[in-house]
Design a protein around this ligand. Structure first.
Ligand SMILES: [Zn+2]
Length: 226
């Protein structure tokens, strides 16, 4: 009798303990689910601030360079920004590529900006598109120089610290503005097509905001240029 009572008590207490453990796990899981978006937003914000500080260091080095030589070429200015990465740790924490844009305000010939953190979304797309376009042209020229065939799938380049597939298509896919689920393309995408001789015909770089399109006859178009 005594043994049975003890067994019932143990079973009952085991049932309650299990329930408490399950409830605790659920509460912790819900806490994590709620906290992740907040943490990501915080991380994005702190990366943005760290990038602004890093760009300021690169800009200061560039401004000093212009003080000593007001006729710095674009290439020389790029070399100073590159040097600031090693000397001043002027790097985007998210891996964004730094670009120079013409800015003649306050006697500054160039402004340093980031391919991930530039706030003007149209300008950001134009800069990244031009960078990807240059990488593609360099890759095509290298293949041509070596007499190699163009890969069927296209290429993968590193842009803003991430691998970007630059996909070869037979023809223009009509993508002229930013990507979204309704357009079947999400996030950042890049496509191109070539003619029978292997010359670039059409190129597009698009993210969820805008698209920059290069056409052989028209040059750069797309809503990033409006
Ligand atoms: Zn950045």
């Amino acid at each position: 009798m005594m043994r049975r009572l003890l067994k019932d008590k143990l079973q009952s207490s085991c049932g309650i303990s299990r329930l408490i453990v399950i409830l605790l796990v659920l509460v912790i899981a819900m806490g994590v689910i709620i906290a992740i978006p907040g943490y990501r937003a915080y991380q994005r914000h702190s990366d943005q601030i760290a990038c602004t500080i890093a760009m300021k260091k690169a800009q200061d080095m560039l401004d000093i360079g212009f003080l000593s030589n007001s006729h710095l070429t674009y290439k020389e200015a790029c070399a100073i920004v590159e040097k600031s990465k090693w000397e001043q740790d002027a790097l985007c924490p998210s891996g964004g590529d730094y670009y120079l844009i013409e800015d003649r305000q306050e006697n500054q010939l160039y402004r340093v900006t980031c391919g991930l953190h530039e706030s003007d979304t149209r300008l950001r797309v134009r800069l990244n598109a031009d960078h990807a376009y240059q990488l593609l042209n360099d890759a095509l020229a290298e293949l041509k120089a070596q007499g190699q065939e163009l890969p069927e799938a296209g290429f993968t380049f590193t842009l803003n610290g991430h691998l970007l597939p630059v996909t070869r298509l037979e023809e223009d896919n009509g993508l002229r503005w930013g990507t979204s689920a309704s357009l079947d393309y999400q996030g950042t995408v890049c496509f191109f097509s070539v003619d029978d001789t292997g010359e670039l015909n059409w190129f597009v770089y698009a993210d969820e905001n805008h698209a920059a399109v290069w056409l052989r006859d028209d040059g750069w178009v797309g809503d990033a240029y409006r």
